[in-house]
Each structure stands twice: as C-alpha cells, then as structure tokens.
Write a protein that binds this ligand. Sequence first.
Ligand code: ADP
Ligand code: ASP
Ligand code: MG
Length: 414
Amino acid sequence: MLIVQKYGGTSVGSIERMKNVAARCLASQRQGHQVAVVVSAMSGETNRLLKLVDEIHDDHNDREVDVIVSTGEQVSVGLVALAIRKAGGKARSFLGHQCKILTDSSFARARIVDIDAGPIRDAMAAGEIAVIAGFQGVDEKGNITTLGRGGSDTTGVAIAAALKADVCEIYTDVDGVYTTDPNIVPTARKIERISYEEMLELASLGAKVLQIRSVELGMKYAVPIHVRSSFSDVEGTWVVPEDAAMEKVTVSGVTASRDESKITVEDLPDQPGIAARMFAPLADANISVDMIVQNQAYDGTTDLTFTLPKIDRKRAVDLLKEQVPELVGKDGERVVFDDEISKVSVVGVGMRSHAGIAKTMFTLLADEGINIQLISTSEIKVSCVIARKYAELAVRTLHEGFGLSLPASERTGL
Ligand code: ADP
Ligand code: ASP
Ligand code: MG
C-alpha cells in the first residue's frame, strides 16, 4: 500500500515524540508499505510566531507573515527526517517549493492549485521516507504561502491525492472524530465511520480536528481519511463516502465555532442592487461571508446582518467605509458589529429523512434560556448564532438532548 501519514503539532511536540513518529513510519515501511509523511510545526510554534508578528503588524494576510509562520514546519521536517535516520531508516525532507506544492497567492489562506509529486516519488523509489512540510506552498512567482490554520491536514490529503495513495492517516491528539469536541464534553463518543459530507459540515462549523479544505479534497479525489491517535494503535474514525447505515443516525455531531463575528448594516434602502453593492468589496478582498439575513422594515428600509471570520471583521468594516460610504455612512455609523458570538450546529445526513430536528434544537436552547440571534439550515445541518458566553452550555445541552452520549445503537426515537 501507499500510505500518507500526517502528524499534527502535538504528535511532533518534542524530540521524544518525533522519535515516536519515526518509529511509527518505519514500522509501516517495514510492513511493506510505501510511506510519505506530512508534519506540522511543533505544538504552540505557529501561535508563537504569529504573536511575534502581532507585535509589529496587525494584518496576517501578508507575504512576510507567511515567510515567518511557515518556518515552524521547516524545523519539524528536518528534525523528523533526522529522527528517522537515527532510527536506522532513510529519509529526505521536502519544503513546499521542493515538492512542489503550487498555490495561488492568497497569503495566509492559499489554495493548492497543483502538486508535482515527482520528487516525492523519486525519494520513495529510493527507499526513503519523504518527510513533507505541511501548511506551506509556493505561488507562481516563488513566494512562500500558507494554507490557513490547520492547513497541514490539507497538505496531507492533497499529497495523498497526488500520489494516489490508498489512505491518508491523520495522526492527532485524540483517537478519532467524536460526536463533539471530547476535550469540552467528556461524554462525547467516537464515530467509527462518517461521510465526507457530514465531516465537511462539522469541520466548517468548528470541529478543528480536520481542516475543511482537506475534507473537500478527500471527497473530490476519493481519498479515504483515517483520523487516529499517534499515541496508540486503536482504530480511529474513517471518513468515507456515505452509506445506508449512516442515514439511520439522525444527528451525528454537535459543534461550536468561536472564530466568527457578526456585522449588521442598518437602514439600507430597500431596493434592487443594494446587497450586490454591499458584498462586492468583500468578495473582491476574498472575505467569505457566511450567514446572511435581511429584515425588511415597513418604512422602505432594511437591515442586513451577516457573519464572517473574526480575523476579517476589521478589514471588512474598513472596506465598507472606504468603498460604499453611501450605504454604511462615511464613518461607518450605520454598521454595528459583535465579536462575541458563537455558532452552534447539529449535523447529520439522517436529517434528510427525519423531520423536527430544528424544532428540538430550538426547544433545547430555549429551555436553557439561550437566545437565538440568527438561524441557518442546510439539508444536513441546523446552525444558530448565540452569545459566545453560552457556547459550551449550548453544546453540552444539545449533545445530551440529542442522545449523543449514548452508544449509536441506543440512540432511537430522536
Ligand atoms: P493537530 O495539531 O493534530 O492538527 P488539532 O488541535 O488541530 O490537532 O485537532 C485536534 C483537536 O480537535 C482535538 O484535540 C479536539 O480538541 C478538537 N476537536 C474539535 N472537535 C472535535 C471532534 N468532533 N472530534 C475530535 N476532536 C475534536
Ligand atoms: N502549523 C499550522 C497551524 O498551527 C498548520 C497545522 O498545524 O496544521 O495552524
Ligand atoms: Mg490541526
């Protein structure tokens, strides 16, 4: 088999742990598999580098910031390659420009455009374990780019797709994908198999165990993803195409995202073209807007509320003031924002065939006195924006209320 193994920050968090990684990939190689390894920066390192940046510069969306934050992975690949050699194996490290992982030029959130996996194949053909830096790429002009927080997952799956690997193993500090973050709700249960679609929703809605883009790529290129622990050998969670058994479970997981903000623009004229003009500057700046709610007033005006990544909130307000002052006021006086929100969501492919999930969710939140500010739904999820301070309470309440603390086989009647 050809296996791509991705090790997250905790799994390479110390020299001891890197030795453990070396032992694991060598064990796979000895079993006869071809192995490529993708590694993250040592845990805490990317945050440390970003803090240094914050002392002189408040915008992470910058060429120089990617030059700085990509160094964490550079250190990791070198050390892991040395650890493999020390353990008796052969290894070669690869940075983004050496693989080569070609991306667009959106610093801090670049998307992979192409991978030339030739150098990795050559290394593997020579019996070496290829140790590839996660999170980083290079654009057409040779600039270093990074793929957004958690981006090493995406490197892992993209490399697996490029190599046509049999599996992409994501080694992390939990032993699989759980019904909710097990570090917040101890009664969370491990999910054995989850569909790409559900995993995509969970990841988009706050479960940082896999970066969204990695699930998208897994789905697109049919790469089976196995999320598991680097500290044990237990079977983890398989992210795979949907099957009939999955539909029987109505709600598979509960998440909360805490990295969003809410912007409201008040008293907009209620006429065609206003929303298009409002969102144009944000789209041009590559800011992705999530929930959008518009409320019509009787006096011919309308309020428009939307959510967006918290890191983009300041830039978004500035852009609106600069580019559409006639809509938001010269000093943005018609703009109100709130950074203290959280979006809680319940997800499950079974929702397609079961009614009443939204009602149950609203009732559970109401019983705890939690006010719902915005609601959005898709075929397989319901999300509510609430005040941040209630996020954990809401997640616990929904997790219990939908019976997710019970084994899947006992979750009936919901
Ligand atoms: P790594 O550094 O290995 O990439 P991350 O910290 O990015 O690890 O992701 C693993 C973390 O994701 C876990 O420690 C856990 O707290 C969090 N997490 C959030 N939601 C879930 C979930 N539904 N299942 C498992 N882990 C989750
Ligand atoms: N080191 C990067 C981060 O902390 C990428 C990753 O770990 O996946 O976001
Ligand atoms: Mg991660």
